[in-house]
Design a protein around this ligand. Structure first.
Ligand code: DQA
Length: 157
């Protein structure tokens, strides 16, 4: 039984997870991460729509499509975190909670990774927890969405 749906969106190069810089990103593949998210979703009552693209326009189109369809967004924008005003604008256009995830601790790395266009929009940010960060984000998202439901019930909506 699910009570909400969550889009888990992954940006460029994350399709190479498992083979790309494994000392930084670990040995799990993106398919492993998708499976972990699906299992977490089952446990938490969340329907998971897990996607990845290397194309900025595709990520933006999926976000537009998600505006009316999902209750929350977990996003690892990868390198677009640090560059894309367009992706940040698309996230701003959605009135749903956003949680930003980074597998590595971006603050321990190059200075250009310290700035995020997404963080000011995000309800929460999880960095440096490896791929477990996705599961932590979904756990937090379930809490946020349950609290939203409760508030709505109390307001009689
Ligand atoms: C990343 C960190 C980004 O700086 C980088 O460009 C990525 C992955 C992470 O998950 O640690 O592609 O978002």
């Amino acid at each position: 039984m699910t009570f909400a749906s969550v889009l888990v969106l992954n940006g460029p190069n994350l399709n190479l997870l498992g083979t790309r810089e494994p000392t930084i990103y670990g040995s799990e593949t993106l398919a492993d991460v998708a499976e972990r998210c699906r299992q977490a979703g089952e446990r938490l009552g969340l329907a998971i729509d897990f996607r990845q693209s290397n194309a900025e326009h595709q990520l933006i189109d999926w976000l537009h499509d998600a505006r009316e369809r999902v209750h929350g967004i977990v996003i690892n924008p990868a390198a677009y975190t640090h560059t894309s005003v367009a992706l940040a604008d698309a996230l701003k256009a959605i009135d749903k909670p956003v949680i930003e995830v980074h597998i590595s601790n971006v603050h321990k790395r190059e200075a250009f990774r310290h700035h995020s266009y997404v963080s000011p929009i995000a309800e929460a940010i999880i960095v440096g927890c490896g791929t477990q960060g996705y599961v932590l984000a979904l756990e937090r998202m379930a809490e946020l969405l349950k609290a939203n439901e409760q508030r709505k019930r109390e307001a009689g909506q």
